[in-house]
Design a protein around this ligand. Structure first.
Ligand SMILES: [Zn+2]
Length: 101
């Protein structure tokens, strides 16, 4: 009875198509999630840490508020620090040097 086979075949093909499409979307979605998961935490953590390292606005040695004009910017151990004066920048540099050793 060919009349019975034709609709069944069409149904099966449509179901297979749907399954295939779902699988493709699933794989793409999973890949994206993995990619996001691998990149985001590391990058966010790194960026947050970099922002916390140097506190612009306060002298890293004495904690005095910096108004912007006398600010001394010094890079120590790859980090940028701000100071109220060259003197404090020097003292902080010496301090962190002895702490390193
Ligand atoms: Zn200071």
């Amino acid at each position: 009875m060919p009349d019975e086979y034709v609709p069944k075949d069409e149904e099966r093909t449509e179901m297979e198509k749907g399954e295939k499409e779902e699988t493709v979307y699933d794989a793409v979605g999973r890949e994206k999630l993995v990619e996001d998961g691998e990149i985001s935490p590391e990058e966010e953590g790194f960026m947050e840490g970099a922002e916390d390292d140097g506190e612009q606005g306060k002298c890293a040695y004495c904690g005095a508020e910096l108004l912007g004009y006398d600010t001394v910017e010094t890079k120590i151990n790859g980090k940028i620090y701000w100071f109220c004066s060259e003197e404090h920048a020097e003292k902080f540099r010496e301090k962190s040097k002895s702490e390193e050793e």
